[in-house]
Design a protein around this ligand. Sequence first.
Ligand code: SF4
Length: 69
Amino acid sequence: MKVLLEENGCIGCGLCAQICPYVFGMDENGFAIVHSKQVPSFAQMLARKAQSSCPVAVIHLYQFDKGDL
Ligand code: SF4
């Protein structure tokens, strides 16, 4: 699973970083960043929860077939 964050649309609520800190964090300006575009398998459930919790729906998750980068 990979994550794409539309950083320009983030309003800085902080929910994604609270829910799934393995994948999301906050930058020095208070907006979300992605630590790793590749979501570790153990964090996928929380990444989905972060995605569904984002109030402006700027978190996108993609499931790739084995072998895709
Ligand atoms: S949940 Fe959405 S709006 Fe809130 S910090 Fe994360 S990306 Fe930004």
